[in-house]
Design a protein. Sequence first.
Length: 235
Amino acid sequence: MNLDELSPVYAYLQNPSMVDYAGHLSAVFFTTGCNFKCGFCHNAPLMGTARPGMSWSKLQKGCQKFVADWVDGAVITGGEPTLSEALPELIRFLKRFGWSIKLDTNGSNPEMLLDCLPLVDYVAMDVKAGVSGYPALTGYDDMDCLRRSIGMIKDSGKDHEFRTTVLEPFHDDAQMREISELISGARRYIVQPFVPSENLPEARYRQMARTSAGRLEAVAALVAGCADEVSVRGG
């Protein structure tokens, strides 16, 4: 590896996180570029457009600081990390620091996911909608790729979760049942609230109400049988 070349990492959180990887004090690394067009994405203004990453040398210095801060895990998120051809190299690089690796993905690149699954310790895949809802919500419609990724994650033997940000006007009971069918047999399924922000890509979402705790609990009860563990995060 030439440390002067550019890595896929555009940025990282300056301080270790206690919430992004359960059971680990983790460093969180961001890649850029995404093939989904979710109008409610909090990372889209910074991470949705592909940008050159930092050098491997600069990344290495940051990682050495995290080691000194007792970090024991790394989260690779974005953007969509699997769009980077250098993702396996990044995972191997981070593992050299003795860290457990968590990969966040939207599941749209099963070929890259297949290469990375043996290298990571935990996978979190966002399941945005049921089959009928994906095009309208994300602008993405290749459900075969998503199904392949879901199946590979479930069959991999790796610890994993699927998760959905629940938008009350969109994620009605029918949508949630479709999602539960997609991920049936999963190890873990998380539902989490939509939180409005002035920086969201589409104006209609900036004024939308935060998902109510009651709706999140109702959704979790509705899909309770789809995974070994179904829970609400951030309600």
